[in-house]
Design a protein around this ligand. Structure first.
Ligand SMILES: [Zn+2]
Length: 124
């Protein structure tokens, strides 16, 4: 059981949240923001060690991501794994991994064609 207000999980037998007094629900409603996540490719790597490092960083930052084709990396002549993150986190993730020096990594070119909101982040 979950409190819809503070998202606290309760064991069976509870019916209201002790903090908020809200009636508990069997499952939390899906966050509408997470229903249609637009993923963006951040980088590619052939190195499973890189993938492990990136995973630990992104897990620590609570970033939603996945590696496309991760299992292919382990095969000879396999494809690179692509790191995909939600568009709203893309800038943040590039920042996070920019300090790392990966030997088998190509950073994908930034696609800026769809710049609908120019909120004054000019690098000039
Ligand atoms: Zn609550």
């Amino acid at each position: 059981m979950f409190c819809p207000q503070c998202k606290t999980e309760y064991r069976d037998g509870f019916s209201t949240c002790s903090d908020c007094g809200e009636s508990l629900v069997a499952s939390l409603p899906e966050d509408p923001d997470t229903q249609f996540v637009d993923y963006e490719e951040i980088m590619r790597t052939y190195n499973p060690a890189d993938i492990a490092i990136i995973k630990s960083i992104l897990d620590a930052e609570n970033i939603t991501y996945y590696f496309q084709g991760e299992h292919l990396v382990l095969r000879p002549m396999g494809d690179a794994a692509k790191l995909m993150v939600a568009k709203q986190d893309a800038e943040n993730v590039r920042e996070l991994i920019s300090d790392l020096n990966f030997s088998y990594t190509e950073t994908s070119a930034r696609t800026e064609e769809n710049n609908e909101k120019n909120n004054g982040e000019n690098d000039e």
